[in-house]
Design a protein around this ligand. Structure first.
Ligand SMILES: NC(=O)c1ccc[n+]([C@@H]2O[C@H](COP(=O)([O-])OP(=O)(O)OC[C@H]3O[C@@H](n4cnc5c(N)ncnc54)[C@H](OP(=O)(O)O)[C@@H]3O)[C@@H](O)[C@H]2O)c1
Length: 272
């Protein structure tokens, strides 16, 4: 079953094939859904320093009754931190706030500060990303983090790290859902042995109203959400769905069906 399956990262670390997203779930509210997700069978939680919920995520992991090694926890280095020292401090703060001995995966949240992400003329922060990366590499070598990676990085941003650092990113977490598939970047990641994680797999819920997708979901007697998640797995990417409903959590893990090549083609041609 998918819930018991893993991708293997370039350094041999195994990562559960579906992760539970926690964006916009506040510190005071996050413990309950994460505990429920772990009860339902998720073994991979996606958090971020920028989500302001690491303390609650860590509490849920500790209180779940599961052995630490059974749960894979990702967090992210804030997009705004582009100096070595800020990054070292932020990594230590995440370790402290999560309070789960070590972090399984830590990724640079974005190549530029969020305020500049939409601006094509903004500087690329190549030096800043190398400084942040150096801090991640050191924490990785010290055993504080089991795998390191990036998020929202394009080919140039990743190549900068590969060309100028000791360790290559193991993961790139980007926005992918039916109607929004950056094929070239996914191919680039594959060619460089980088696992692509798919965030916003249901387009924040927007896919659920799409009648074309509903028709295809009907072929398998699954929900739109299940189809959207299965589609991403068949692209070779790792989906990170978020929900506050325990029923939806179970639904999103129950994706042990196969979308036909013909339907994959139809889904590939849906325009987002
Ligand atoms: N690296 C980055 O920059 C970045 C950016 C964005 C997101 N992310 C990660 O990706 C995760 C997911 O992305 P997202 O939060 O944008 O949203 P998403 O997972 O694409 O969609 C979440 C929405 O879908 C609904 N939903 C989920 N499962 C459902 C189901 N089975 N049936 C019906 N509705 C369902 C949820 O509502 P209900 O609660 O009512 O189920 C919620 O409104 C984030 O939480 C975060 O961990 C990363």
């Amino acid at each position: 079953m998918i819930k018991d399956e893993f991708f293997t990262l370039s350094n041999g670390v195994q990562i559960p094939k579906i992760g539970f997203g926690t964006w916009l779930i506040e510190q005071e509210k996050v413990k309950k859904p994460v505990l429920e997700a772990l009860e339902v069978g998720y073994r991979h939680i996606d958090s971020a320093e920028g989500y302001g919920n690491e303390v609650g995520v860590g509490q849920a992991v500790r209180e779940s009754g599961l052995a630490r090694k059974e749960v894979f926890v990702t967090t992210k280095l804030r997009a705004e931190f582009k100096t070595y020292q800020e990054s070292v401090d932020a990594i230590n703060k995440s370790l402290n706030d999560l309070d789960i001995d070590y972090i399984d995966l830590m990724i640079i949240h974005a190549p530029k500060p969020w305020g500049e992400m939409g601006n094509p003329n903004a500087q690329r922060y190549q030096e800043g990303n190398l400084e942040a990366w150096k801090a991640l590499e050191e924490a990785y070598k010290q055993g504080k983090i089991r795998a390191i990676g990036v998020s929202n990085f394009d080919q140039n941003d990743i190549q900068n790290i590969i060309d100028n650092s000791e360790i290559a990113p193991m993961v790139n977490q980007i926005k992918i859902h039916i109607g929004n598939v950056p094929n070239d970047l996914i191919e680039y990641d594959k060619a460089h042995n980088i696992l692509t994680e798919a965030y916003s797999p249901i387009a924040h819920g927007d896919l659920l109203a799409n009648s074309q997708i509903a028709l295809i979901a009907g072929n398998y007697d699954v929900t739109l959400s299940q189809l959207a998640i299965r589609y991403l797995l068949q692209l070779g990417t790792l989906p990170l769905p978020k929900t506050l409903s325990k029923e939806h959590m179970a639904d999103n893990l129950n994706v042990d069906f196969t979308i036909s090549a013909d339907d994959m083609d139809k889904l590939n041609n849906i325009v987002g």
